[in-house]
Design a protein around this ligand. Structure first.
Ligand SMILES: Nc1ncnc2c1ncn2[C@@H]1O[C@H](COP(=O)(O)OP(=O)(O)O)[C@@H](O)[C@H]1O
Ligand SMILES: N[C@@H](CC(=O)OP(=O)(O)O)C(=O)O
Length: 513
């Protein structure tokens, strides 16, 4: 068996949903976790949390919750919370300065009928600067920590912002002091573990939310800041890439609703952050994780809509930094959005659609710089009759492995053995194309033929929503532009424009990623 490695490839992906039957998501059944107990019109929320899974985290043990239920006649209500209508997440680019924060505040207050929960990311590129500061602290010597350029940038941005917003810097002075102390510790230890890294980056969201909540209060809009790790965002202890645990949903519903009923104030919640269920330490949900924070809150509270505010007019037909001609995609299904995110569309966090899908809650991707643009509306399913191609995603620097063996013919378990090796090495496999013998009899693409580009592999996703094509890295961006022109810019567009003729003759979906 010979194995050859092709490195420096790119995987190109255009995503188009086929007419999938409506995905049946049963809305989250609160009544497994959360009983609404109606005591003489006062509504209390009880959560039954498995203490074994989250030892440090107890709301009610099953026993005393059951006892409470027996005492009270309770009526469960459809939505756990009537009070909140939506969750609005604003990414780093939307809150990058004092001026942007003012714009976002104005945007929120321009929907008086809404009762939103706000999720914020760190300001601008603060997360990247925190990571770089941590890396420098490992080797700069503890006497030089205060000279780290990125630390200076972070301090200047946040102190300038509070000054320009007219709020007292005591809102973040403690955070900045603690940040410098942590960098000193990293410098003394000459070590930056993933656990420490999560604590380090958490300062970004902790500061942006404190500043924003203080600003809203200063302009007369009552707001309350929350660190997600303190209100029940319970995760695995997989630092830098933690997964949210089920216990999160009832916990945050209780906390946010409970506080609201005591004292109405707009919740301003840190995106991206959680707390490890065993360690009790701060974790992060993976880069771009604030999207997941927002959809988790949407599901937990059974909200009507989840809004993800970015610096682009929604999910676009390709990355605008590759092709400025990219256009907004008006509608997507959760499945399409997940595939696009998974295969590299930076615009959404790969895991973020799951809570929205589970709770069957629509997601709207909007542009905080151009709020009048309709954006992209993501739901369980959509009219596919006119859809030809949805979007093109490019994921660079993937490695393609050709496995050729005459002994593969008719052998069962061959691929299982191959994947067991990948599992042992901790390598995730994006796409697979198999045939009983090597190579493929795919016909060429007219677009690629015009570019004289050799497609090294084609693979259709199991979901039939996407098709991946492997080409050389050096040719990838021109392929994206040419495909984008063929499908989204030239007047005559047909499936045969791509000159695609697959074995089975039908073009379910083509990913140019
Ligand atoms: N298909 C796509 N549609 C929209 N944006 C995309 C796409 N692919 C990549 N992007 C990039 O994603 C960016 C928005 O995502 P992100 O940086 O996470 O925004 P934010 O920080 O505001 O949450 C855009 O500025 C754009 O450059
Ligand atoms: N600040 C974190 C979390 C996040 O989601 O940011 P943004 O919304 O700017 O993508 C990051 O940079 O990954």
């Amino acid at each position: 068996m010979s194995i050859s490695f092709h490195s420096c490839n790119s995987r190109i992906l255009c995503c188009r949903s086929n007419q999938n039957p409506r995905l049946s998501h049963s809305p989250l059944n609160f009544h497994n976790h959360l009983q609404i107990v109606d005591f003489t019109s006062r509504c209390q929320l009880f959560a039954v949390v498995d203490q074994k899974k989250c030892p440090f985290f107890t709301i009610y043990s099953k026993k005393n919750a059951d006892a409470a239920f027996e005492e009270a006649s309770f009526s469960s209500v459809e939505n756990a919370v009537e009070e909140f209508t939506s969750v609005m997440k604003f990414g780093g680019s939307s809150v990058a300065s004092a001026e942007r924060m003012r714009e976002v505040a104005h945007l929120i207050l321009s929907f008086p009928e809404e009762k939103p929960i706000i999720v914020l990311s760190a300001m601008g590129k603060t997360t990247n600067n925190l990571l770089r500061a941590g890396e420098k602290a490992v080797s700069c010597g503890f006497r030089n920590v205060s000279e780290i350029e990125e630390l200076t940038l972070i301090k200047e941005l946040h102190l300038r912002t509070v000054k320009e917003l007219g709020i007292d810097d005591s809102v973040i002075s403690g955070q900045l002091e603690e940040l410098e102390l942590l960098l000193n510790g990293i410098a003394r230890l000459k070590e930056l573990t993933l656990r420490t890294q999560d604590k380090l980056v958490s300062f970004g969201e902790c500061m942006s939310t404190r500043i924003f909540a203080a600003y809203l209060n200063s302009v007369g809009t009552k707001a309350r800041q929350y660190d997600a790790f303190d209100i029940g965002f319970v995760t695995t202890d997989d630092f830098t890439n933690a997964e949210i645990l089920e216990a999160t949903y009832p916990a945050i519903a209780i906390k946010l609703y409970g506080d609201w009923t005591q004292d109405h104030a707009i919740p301003i919640v840190t995106g991206f952050l959680g707390k490890g269920c065993k360690s009790g330490e701060i974790t992060t949900l993976g880069r771009g994780g604030s999207d997941l924070t927002a959809t988790t809150i949407g599901k937990a509270l059974g909200l009507q809509e989840i809004q993800v505010w970015k610096d682009v007019d929604g999910v676009l037909t390709c990355d605008p930094s590759i092709h400025p001609g990219a256009k907004p995609v008006p509608y997507l299904t959760f499945e399409e959005a997940t595939e696009l995110a998974y295969f590299g569309a930076q615009v959404l966090h790969p895991q973020s659609m799951r809570p929205a899908m589970d709770g069957n809650i629509p997601v709207r991707v909007k542009n905080s710089y151009n709020p009048k643009a309709p954006g992209t509306f993501i739901t369980g399913n959509r009219d596919m009759t006119k859809a030809l191609l949805t979007s093109i995603v490019l994921k660079q620097n993937v490695t393609m492995l050709d496995i050729v063996s005459t002994r593969m013919l008719g052998q069962f378990g061959f691929l299982a053995k191959v994947f067991a090796i990948f599992e042992d090495l901790g390598i995730s496999v994006d796409v697979v194309a198999t045939s009983e013998m090597y190579g493929s009899d795919w016909q060429a693409f007219s677009v690629f033929r015009r570019l004289n580009v050799n497609v090294q592999m084609i693979s259709q996703g199991a979901s039939k929503v996407n098709m991946s094509l492997i080409v050389n890295d050096s040719e990838a961006e021109q392929c994206v532009k040419a495909l984008h022109y063929s499908f989204f810019e030239s007047s005559e567009v047909s499936e045969m424009d791509l000159g695609v003729a697959f074995n089975n003759g039908n073009v379910e979906a083509i990913q140019v990623n």
